[in-house]
Design a protein around this ligand. Structure first.
Ligand SMILES: Nc1ncnc2c1ncn2[C@@H]1O[C@H](COP(=O)(O)OP(=O)(O)OP(=O)(O)O)[C@@H](O)[C@H]1O
Ligand SMILES: [Mg+2]
Length: 342
């Protein structure tokens, strides 16, 4: 008979962070700290479990610990976003409940090109794109070149925005040669940028997450010629022009209420399309006619105190602890439903 789970124990699963890791990976340590502190205040006993590509070691450690639930903060493995879903897959095989999104949603949304295929098939607007291996379609105007599998604006710098398809192909080849991995190019959507975060509540049906207040990423005083993109520096280089001039704004003009409502509806469509659970964030950009395009779906959004998600919780009048509690409790509710059904 299976050993009963250690009722108060939460394993915080996260990528092992080497001491020389880049700023985006170091951010995992900040997230672990705040999530562990919140879990303690909520009466749980959190234990950190760093993970590498040695998934057998992870499974053995978790089997021994037998936690009530795993809080999944793994955003990449072995330094690659591509492997983010692997620990979740092992947890599925072990029958261990974990917070946030499941294996398939993590896989599908980490691959930005695959996400876009699924969005386009479902009739959700996303900018036209092509991958390095494909014949380029006819796309007029500027494009932005991005890595297929990475987030946190890895590989996005001032050179990412290019004038046309031929230049995009050159940039993709150059980035693949320099950094490895797969790259794609998509039409540059030249308007305002908004984020919509969703949070599953143990009191609401799983397919009706709470919509947190929208946030806008503003581009202040960008000089002519400087692309208005949230590049790597804007997220991680605290002294840079881009970091200082891209504040997150939560006071959206009242006139934009119908637009924000529409973004919320699209975000909920994404929730259903990708079978999301727990919490997620959808990033949008408007074109010049104010038509929204989904840039990407973040199935494992950052929970750091200075993240958009934390700011949106505050704006909703919720404490960080309440948000963490909802993430854990909504997962436990799903687990109890599965147990009842079996
Ligand atoms: N098609 C586009 N048109 C205009 N700007 C874009 C486009 N795609 C990306 N960007 C800019 O680049 C930023 C990063 O892109 P994206 O959100 O796709 O990648 P990410 O690295 O996964 O980011 P995150 O840190 O949100 O996970 C966006 O916030 C936006 O400013
Ligand atoms: Mg994004």
């Amino acid at each position: 008979m299976a050993k009963p789970a250690q009722r108060n124990l939460v394993a915080i699963l996260h990528a092992a962070v080497p001491p020389d890791a880049a700023a985006d990976e170091q951010d995992t340590l900040v997230q672990i700290g705040v999530v562990a502190a919140a879990l303690k205040r909520l009466g749980w006993t959190p234990v950190q479990v760093p993970v590498t590509l040695d998934l057998a070691a992870m499974a053995a450690r978790l089997k021994k610990m037998n936690p009530a639930i795993v809080f999944n903060l793994v955003e990449s493995l072995g330094g690659r976003g591509q492997h983010q879903h692997l620990p979740a897959s092992v947890l599925d095989a072990m029958g261990l409940p974990y917070t946030g999104n499941g294996t398939v949603a993590l896989f599908e949304t980490t691959n930005k090109a695959l996400t876009k295929c699924r969005l386009a098939d479902a009739g959700i607007a996303t900018a036209p794109w092509f991958e390095a291996s494909e014949a380029p379609p006819k796309i007029a105007g500027k494009l932005i070149v991005k890595p297929v599998w990475e987030d946190a604006s890895i590989g996005i710098d001032a050179g990412a925005v290019v004038g046309g398809v031929a230049e995009a192909r050159r940039r993709m080849a150059e980035m693949a040669a320099r950094h490895g991995g797969e790259w794609f190019a998509e039409s540059f959507v030249d308007g305002r940028e908004f984020n919509i975060a969703m949070l599953e509540s143990p009191e609401l049906p799983p397919d009706r997450p709470l919509l947190l207040p929208a946030s806008e990423l503003r581009f202040i005083d960008f000089p002519p010629g400087m692309p208005r993109v949230a590049d790597y520096a804007s997220k991680w280089d605290k002294g840079s022009f881009a970091y200082i001039h891209t504040p997150l704004c939560l006071d959206i003009e009242d006139e934009l209420a119908p637009l924000i409502e529409r973004l919320g509806e699209i975000a909920l469509e994404c929730w259903k399309l990708f079978g999301l659970r727990g919490y997620a964030r959808v990033d949008f950009r408007l074109d010049r006619k104010n038509e929204p395009f989904v840039l990407e779906v973040n199935a494992n959004p950052c929970l750091s105190p200075d993240s958009g998600f934390a700011a949106m919780l505050r704006k909703a009048g919720m404490s960080f602890d309440q948000g963490i509690d909802m993430i854990v409790e909504s997962r436990l509710r799903r687990e109890a439903a599965v147990q009842r059904a079996s």
